[in-house]
Design a protein around this ligand. Structure first.
Ligand code: ADP
Ligand code: MG
Length: 199
């Protein structure tokens, strides 16, 4: 992966999150404490400011630095979870990844987030986006054309779910009827990454 591609990936992901910060805040206001947009914006602004230096690193180092920034800057529950995702990708991805390597790395990262969050699919979290995206990846080799649509639909599918993990779980049945903020931020990131690979 060349430096220019890495840089545009970083910039587009960061800009996507920053542009949707108000929406993420509104989602978190409905079923959480209203900080998800601000949290994610703070993390991705710091990553955006560092885009040139990050993109110049080999891919695993770049992912490790991004994971570390997310842990330090995002905070809340989602910072350590997104941090774990990127730090695991960093460990598993090679500098010139094949599509098989990418998928295996994402599968490992998904398991690491589950372990870190003591959470699983069906609990109205970001995992409810990662799981269907991983499953859709099985259908074809490489980044499947439908990954961004899968992610979008998976975020929508958290609306009728009852939250079992995270702050939203304190609301019990009142969490039903709202999209999970972390599922939405995950779907935005996945759609942006998928677009880069022609999906
Ligand atoms: P906080 O809940 O501490 O305010 P954020 O608002 O930044 O943190 O992030 C909330 C999001 O984090 C949720 O919408 C959900 O997707 C995700 N999340 C919270 N707890 C968990 C968990 N245990 N496992 C997986 N994801 C979680
Ligand atoms: Mg919150």
């Amino acid at each position: 992966m060349d430096t220019a591609l890495k840089k545009s990936l970083i910039e587009d992901c960061a800009k996507m999150i920053i542009a949707h910060a108000d929406e993420l805040t509104a989602l978190d206001q409905a079923i959480g404490d209203g900080d998800h947009g601000v949290n994610m914006k703070r993390g991705f602004e710091s990553i955006l400011a560092d885009a040139d230096a990050l993109a110049a690193r080999p891919l695993p180092d770049m992912l490790k630095a991004i994971g570390t920034q997310l842990v330090m800057k995002v905070g809340g529950a989602s910072g350590p979870l997104y941090g774990t995702l990127f730090l695991t990708l960093a460990k598993e991805i090679s500098d010139q990844p094949t599509s098989e390597n990418l998928k295996a790395a994402f599968a490992a990262a998904f398991e690491a987030v589950k372990a870190r969050g003591k959470s699983d699919v069906g609990q109205k979290t970001m995992l409810d986006v990662f799981a269907p995206v991983l499953a859709a990846w099985d259908d074809r080799s490489g980044i499947a054309a439908h990954l961004s649509e899968t992610a979008r639909q998976a975020a929508d599918a958290t609306i009728p779910m009852k939250a079992i993990r995270g702050r939203a779980s304190f609301l019990g049945d009142r969490s039903i009827g709202h999209m999970d903020p972390g599922a939405r931020s995950s779907s935005l990131l996945i759609a942006t990454i998928a677009k880069h690979f022609g999906a």
